[in-house]
Design a protein around this ligand. Structure first.
Ligand code: AMP
Ligand code: ZN
Length: 472
C-alpha cells in the first residue's frame, strides 16, 4: 500500500505523490517562543516528527523546516513584563524549547528559521504581493486585500460572507475591509522595528511562514502541518500570501495536515484558558517515552484526552516494550543455542507479516495507533517464543532485535535499554546480591531484593542467573 494522507485542502485521503520523486519538502509551524511550551503544543511537534521519520524510513530525502515565531504581540508583552528585550526573551525560550524537544526525542528540524532573521525576505515577499495587486499600504501598515484574492477561504471551506461576519477591525488598524489582514505593522513606541519601504515597523504574524517556507523549500511545497487551530486564519492567510506573491498559479502547498487538539477535562489545552501543563512539568512527572506513547496512541487528527489514567496506561505500555527488549538482551547472553529446534523460518515469516501490517498502518494516513497495536503483536510473539523455548538460535535474537529497533527508530517509544543509567544501577545491585548470596549473607541479599521491589523492580532467579523486570 502506498502512502495516503488526509489532505485538508480536499478533505479527502489522497495518495501522496511528491513534487520531486524521492524528495519531500515539509514545513511545520513552530512555537511562539514567549514561554515554555505546553503538552498541547507538544502534540504537533511529536506527531509530525514521527511522520517525518516515517517518510525517511520509506526512503524519502526529507527537508523538514520548523520556524520559531520570535516577534509578535505576545513576545512584546512578555518581554515588557520581564523587563528584557524581545531578543533576550526569544533566546531564552528557543533554548528552553530545544531542551524540552530533545528530552521528548523530537529530532531537530533541518532548518529552524527565526522570523527576525528573515526581515529582508519578509519585506521582499510583501513587495511582490503589492506589485501583483493583492496588498496595499495604509499609513505605514500593509494589508492583504482579501477581496482581490478569489481563492480566499479554499482551505477553511468558508465563503467570504461567512468570514465577514466574524471579521473585526482592531483599534488602531487602518484597513479598507474588515477581512483584510496585516502583512506589516507600522512602528509603535517601545516596540522593536525594522526599516522598510513603508517606514519603520514589524511583520504581521502570518507573513513569516510564507517568506521562510519559500526561501528554504521553494514556492510549491509537499507538506505543511500544524494544529487544527492554525487552519484559519493562519494557514488560509499563508496560502493567500504565498500564492499572491509567486503569482505562478501553482499551489503553495500540496498536502495540508492538521492535528486534533489535546484536551484536558474535555476542553482544549491552551495558555489563555490557563488549563495547561508545560512540557517541562510533564517531563518531571512522566517518562518522556510515555508522553510520546500517549500522543501516538490516538490518530493524529482525533482529539486526545490528557488524563492521569491515560498517562499511566502509556507508562505501562512503554514498560511492556522495554521489558521485552531487556528480556531479549538477557536471554541473548544466556540462552543462545544454534542447534535449538526453534523454527526460525516460521518466526521470520510472522515478523515479515507484522512488518507489512505495520507499514500499511503507517501508510494509511499515518495511523500510529494501529502501528503501536502491531508492535504489541510483535512483542507478544517474541515473549511467547522466549517463554516456550529453553534455548533459541542466534538468528532469533538478531531478527527480534532488528525489528524492534526498526519500529523504535520511527516511533521512539522504547528507547535504549542498555544505556539506561537506571539499568546499570539495577544490574550493579543484582551483582552485589549474587555475591551476597554466594557468601550466604542472606540479610544483605534480601535487603537488595526489597530495595529493588520498592522501586518497582521484580527479580526472578533462573538457572542462567537473575533477571529483572519492571512491575506493570
Ligand atoms: P503556538 O506556539 O501557540 O503557535 O502553537 C504551536 C503549535 O501547537 C501549533 O501548531 C498549534 O496549533 C498547536 N497547539 C496549540 N494548542 C494545542 C492543543 N491543545 N492541542 C494540539 N495542538 C495544539
Ligand atoms: Zn506558520
Amino acid at each position: 500500500m502506498s502512502l495516503v494522507l488526509f489532505n485538508d485542502l480536499t478533505r479527502k485521503k489522497e495518495e501522496f505523490i511528491p513534487i520531486k520523486p524521492g524528495q519531500v519538502s515539509f514545513y511545520s509551524c513552530g512555537p511562539t517562543v514567549y514561554d515554555y511550551f505546553h503538552i498541547g503544543n507538544a502534540r504537533p511537534f511529536i506527531v509530525f516528527d514521527v511522520l517525518r521519520r516515517w517518510l525517511e524510513h520509506e526512503g524519502y530525502n526529507v527537508k523538514f523546516v520548523q520556524n520559531f515565531t520570535d516577534i509578535d504581540d505576545k513576545m512584546i508583552h512578555r518581554a515588557h513584563k520581564e523587563n528584557i528585550t524581545v531578543q533576550e526573551l526569544a533566546e531564552r525560550f528557543i533554548n528552553e524549547y530545544n531542551k524540552d524537544a530533545d528530552s521528548l526525542g523530537i529530532k531537530r528540524p533541518d532548518v529552524a528559521p527565526r522570523a527576525t532573521e528573515h526581515i529582508q525576505e519578509i519585506i521582499n515577499t510583501i513587495s511582490r504581493i503589492i506589485a501583483n495587486g493583492h496588498a496595499y499600504e495604509s499609513n505605514g501598515d500593509v494589508y492583504f486585500d482579501v477581496k482581490s484574492w478569489p481563492k480566499y477561504g479554499t482551505l477553511c471551506k468558508q465563503n467570504l460572507e461567512d468570514l465577514e461576519s466574524g471579521a473585526r477591525v482592531e483599534p488602531g488598524e487602518k484597513k479598507r475591509d474588515p477581512l483584510d489582514f496585516a502583512l506589516w505593522k507600522a512602528e509603535k513606541p517601545g516596540e522593536p522595528s525594522w526599516e522598510s519601504p513603508w517606514g519603520k515597523g514589524r511583520p504581521g504574524w502570518h507573513i513569516e511562514c510564507s517568506a521562510m517556507s519559500s526561501k528554504y523549500l521553494g514556492e510549491n511545497i509537499d507538506i505543511h502541518s500544524g494544529g487544527v487551530d492554525l487552519m484559519f486564519p493562519h494557514h488560509e492567510n499563508e496560502a493567500a500570501q504565498s500564492e499572491a506573491a509567486s503569482n505562478s498559479g501553482k499551489p503553495f502547498v500540496n498536502y495540508w495536515l492538521h492535528n486534533g487538539f489535546l484536551l484536558i477535562d474535555s476542553e482544549k489545552m491552551s495558555k489563555s484558558l490557563g488549563n495547561f501543563m508545560t512540557a517541562r512539568a510533564a517531563l518531571e512527572k512522566y517518562n518522556p517515552l510515555a508522553l510520546r506513547f500517549f500522543m501516538l496512541s490516538a490518530h493524529y487528527r482525533s482529539p486526545i484526552n490528557f488524563t492521569p489514567e491515560s498517562l499511566e496506561q502509556a507508562e505501562s505500555g512503554v514498560m511492556r516494550l522495554r521489558n521485552c527488549l531487556s528480556d531479549l538482551d538477557f536471554a541473548a547472553e544466556n540462552r543462545v543455542n544454534d542447534s535449538s529446534n526453534f523454527d526460525v523460518k516460521e518466526f521470520d515469516a510472522k515478523l515479515k507479516d507484522f512488518h507489512a501490517k505495520f507499514a500499511d498502518s503507517m501508510n494509511d494516513d499515518f495511523n500510529t495507533a494501529a502501528a503501536i497495536g502491531i508492535l504489541f503483536d510483535v512483542v507478544h510473539l517474541i515473549n511467547t517464543s522466549l517463554k516456550e523455548n529453553e534455548t533459541l538460535p542466534s538468528e532469533f535474537f538478531k531478527l527480534a532485535k532488528k525489528y524492534l529497533l526498526e519500529y523504535d527508530n520511527i516511533l521512539g517509544i522504547i528507547g535504549d535499554v542498555e544505556s539506561d543509567s537506571e539499568s546499570d544501577e539495577i544490574n550493579a545491585l543484582i551483582q552485589e546480591r549474587t555475591q551476597a548470596r554466594k557468601a550466604k549473607n542472606f540479610a544483605r541479599s534480601d535487603e537488595i531484593r526489597d530495595l529493588l521491589k520498592s522501586r518497582g523492580i521484580i527479580l526472578e532467579d533462573t538457572p542462567q542467573g537473575t533477571k529483572w523486570k519492571r512491575e506493570i
